[in-house]
Design a protein around this ligand. Structure first.
Ligand SMILES: Cc1cc2nc3c(=O)[nH]c(=O)nc-3n(C[C@H](O)[C@H](O)[C@H](O)COP(=O)(O)OP(=O)(O)OC[C@H]3O[C@@H](n4cnc5c(N)ncnc54)[C@H](O)[C@@H]3O)c2cc1C
Length: 350
């Protein structure tokens, strides 16, 4: 099996061994078998957040294809292999609020806690009540509380300790309501014609999110070459107050005294800024790259796309060129959002 057939970037060489697990038992057994044999293991599901080396993976690749949704009131327990976007659509149709801004994100339910998926002012951590996992450290099945999951911006305990946990199922505590959670994202509120902080009908929110996402090539679409990506390639940098002051000074010196980078301060004094803003101001534009290989999306500077004949080596080289350019221009280290398999990120930049 070539991993390019399993990733949205359509990149990645062969798997030494490949197995698809359609039941939780088969999944647990496949993982245990690889661990007993001391074989490297890669679990994947939708392949939408993975960058796999052209050389492939020298061990077992287990694709999670488990299914099942159990609903009790506004609580759901969902098998890891369930596709995420159809679940959001069902929640919206079924009058369950809390995940409507996460419509259109590809991939599986089980991967959502890994990087605490988020978009348009919502994060999955806000509605996750528990995550059932296989702990490969001792082979036990455990149910982790949200605190144990250690969710932070685009990260979690699962991402910080890669390979240790296999997510088997995710429980959600949603709100039984036809109205959305308060809309926090200004662009989405504008699209809905409401004030930031107001609520809207669930279905309207989902449609507005999908429309915004499509405009940025962020909904998988076989007709749209800008969607052959892993979504945003870099997370938005989160800087401490001193680092943000230094960035502001660099930006003013480079771009003019009245230029200030976007700033979203958080409660503990950190400031999140925009990776796309930094990339564009460092001189990288939409479409930059190889029109037949790897290039920045023509709709969104944060997405790196495979125009057909790209390779993972080329993708990583372009990502490093961009990160190096941002580092030189602004002194900010960009961090890749997708999981790199078989490639290290730049020493000193990651
Ligand atoms: C067009 C596009 C738009 C996107 N938009 C967004 C967005 O708005 N917000 C956002 O946060 N992300 C976004 N993404 C990234 C991606 O869709 C999400 O991270 C998604 O949750 C990945 O799911 P997956 O099943 O495809 O995971 P995979 O790519 O298969 O795996 C990703 C990582 O998670 C691990 N993993 C997967 N499932 C499990 C499991 N059950 N247990 C343990 N580890 C597991 C894998 O080993 C791997 O390390 C986007 C991607 C694309 C292509």
């Amino acid at each position: 099996m070539r991993l390019s057939d399993l990733t949205t970037l359509r990149l990645g060489g062969p798997a030494a061994r490949y197995l698809q697990a359609t039941s939780e038992q088969a999944l647990i057994e496949a993982v245990a078998e690889a661990d007993r044999a001391g074989e490297p293991l890669l679990v994947l599901a939708g392949g939408s957040n993975l960058v796999v080396a052209d050389e492939g993976f020298p061990g077992s690749v287990v694709r999670i294809a488990t299914r099942g949704v159990a609903r009790a009131g506004a609580a759901l327990e969902v098998a890891a292999g369930e596709p995420w976007d159809p679940l959001v659509a069902d929640c919206v149709a079924g009058g369950l609020a809390g995940v409507e801004c996460l419509a259109g994100i590809p991939g599986s339910v089980g991967a959502t806690p890994i990087q605490n998926v988020g978009a348009y002012g919502q994060e999955v951590a806000e509605t996750i009540a528990a995550v059932r996992v296989l702990d490969r450290a001792d082979g036990a099945v455990r149910t982790l509380t949200p605190a144990e999951c250690g969710f932070t911006y685009r990260s979690s305990a699962f991402k910080r300790e890669p390979g240790r946990w296999v997510v088997l199922a995710v429980s959600f505590a949603l709100e039984a309501s036809q109205r959305s959670a308060p809309i926090r994202y200004p662009e989405l509120a504008r699209g809905l014609g409401i004030e930031v902080g107001a609520r809207a009908a669930l279905g309207d929110v989902r449609e507005a999110v999908l429309a915004l996402r499509r405009g940025k090539g962020m909904v998988l679409d076989p007709e749209d070459p800008d969607t052959v990506s892993a979504g945003s390639f870099f997370t938005n940098p989160v800087l401490d107050a001193d680092a943000f002051t230094a960035l502001r000074a660099r930006a003013a010196a480079r771009l003019g005294a009245d230029t200030s980078p976007p700033a979203w301060p958080d409660a503990d004094g950190h400031v999140k800024t925009s990776a796309a803003w930094l990339i564009e101001r460092a001189g990288f534009h939409r479409g930059h790259g190889n029109p037949e290989g790897i290039a920045i999306s023509s709709k969104h500077t944060l997405a790196l796309t495979n125009r057909g004949a790209g390779t993972t080596a080329e993708l990583v080289a372009l990502a490093r060129e961009i990160a190096g350019g941002v580092q030189d221009a602004f002194g900010v280290a960009l961090v890749p959002e997708p999981v790199l398999v078989g490639h290290d990120w730049l020493p000193g930049v990651a």
